[in-house]
Design a protein around this ligand. Structure first.
Ligand code: C5P
Length: 237
């Protein structure tokens, strides 16, 4: 199934709500409302008391939520987990892009509108890490192999570093949804992200959605920082 692509700069900006409490998340959502298209809830917030309830509440209010839980388990468990997440009403969910997990997740998604995003190789893994974990392929080769397999299996989209997005786009074609973290507006601190790209460059390289956390969360005025990113996206489009 070909999913609709985001059309406006607002639709394309995903804010990583990597904050400590649900209350802090609520304050950030209120402050950035109308300047952020999608709110990403990861381990830190999802596993706080009320974290998943917040995801459900936002979804029911029509605010797109990206649940970044990077699922991986036996087929039956993946399938049932995805089915349960789909019932929460969230818009996006991540899983590790292993062939069997992809097929199980697609089965669990059923006819729901959930967009399933595969993580090919974690951006924290380099060739030496993969070798230590028993893999024979380089990170670049494994990323492309998994991306092609995910496309062939009918997965909705992929998460990749901005540095990989052009190669992945070339390999999987125009339809797959590509989501890219590691984005740093010009002049922002890279922090622990190693291969960063500006919003405009990531869009030009073929990304559909940009995930941004700290450059917005830690800004003096997060709303203004988000609006600046929207301008950068618009300039690239
Ligand atoms: O603060 P920053 O902009 O670096 O946040 C990026 C977000 O994207 C974090 O929530 C991080 O967990 C997530 N992410 C990432 N790299 C990946 C997948 C997800 O940075 N490969």
């Amino acid at each position: 199934m070909t999913l609709p692509k985001p059309t406006t700069p607002l639709d394309r900006l995903m804010l990583a709500l990597d904050v400590e409490t649900v209350d802090a998340a609520r304050r950030m959502i209120e402050h950035t409302h109308g300047a952020v298209g999608v709110y990403k809830i990861g381990y830190r917030l999802a596993y706080q008391p009320g974290g998943l309830a917040l995801a459900q509440e936002l979804s029911q209010a029509g605010v797109p939520v990206f649940l970044d839980l990077k699922l991986l388990d036996i087929d039956n468990t993946v399938s049932q987990g995805v089915e349960a997440v789909a019932r929460l009403g969230v818009a996006f969910l991540t899983l590790h892009a292993y062939p069997k997990a992809i097929r199980a997740a697609i089965a669990g998604k059923g006819t729901s509108k959930l967009t399933l995003l595969g993580v090919t190789v974690l951006t924290s893994m380099d060739d030496a890490d993969l070798d230590a974990a028993g893999y024979r392929l380089s990170a670049a080769d494994l990323v492309l192999a998994r991306a092609k397999d995910a496309a062939a299996a009918g997965l909705d989209g992929l998460v990749s570093s901005a540095a990989e997005v052009a190669a992945i786009r070339a390999a999987v074609g125009p339809d797959m949804v590509l989501v890219t973290p590691g984005i740093r507006p010009a002049g922002a601190e890279a922090s622990d992200q190693k291969r960063v790209m500006t919003p405009a460059d990531a869009i030009r390289a073929g990304a559909d959605y940009l995930v941004i956390g700290r450059p917005i969360l830690a800004a003096v005025d997060p709303r203004a920082a988000a609006l600046q990113v929207l301008d950068d996206i618009a300039a690239a489009g």
